[in-house]
Design a protein around this ligand. Sequence first.
Ligand SMILES: [Zn+2]
Length: 149
Amino acid sequence: MRCPYCNYHDSKVLDTSHDSHGGIRRRRECFKCKQRFSTYERPILATPLIVKQDGTREEFDREKLFRGIHISCAKRPVSAEDIERLVGHVEAELQKMGKSEVSSRVIGDMVIKGLKEIDQIAYIRYAIVYLRLDDLGSLRKEIDNLLKG
Ligand SMILES: [Zn+2]
């Protein structure tokens, strides 16, 4: 870690502390100019690979998930921030699982749960695609469930 004042390549660690997010803060003193500064290291969580219905794997794609949800929310009072928040929530949950692979169903379930809270019409649209509600009977059942809840 180079000194931010003089760019010297080495510094002395004065003390080290850990925070609740798994990060490490170090107070340092530059060997050359003696200025003090702090550095912060944090682990970067890896997002598991997504296993699709057909067994193929792909990287988790924030943009793609955002687009999918956005389409369901067309002309609904759902802001881009709401969608962004939901996508962020899904990503954080995936990372917390600490797995190398996760079924795409897990993501679908999280999105559908989130959409149900945000907007019921968007939820139904997403459910039609995701739960493959391709007949009116199962669609009606889903709507009945919503109206009951
Ligand atoms: Zn320095």
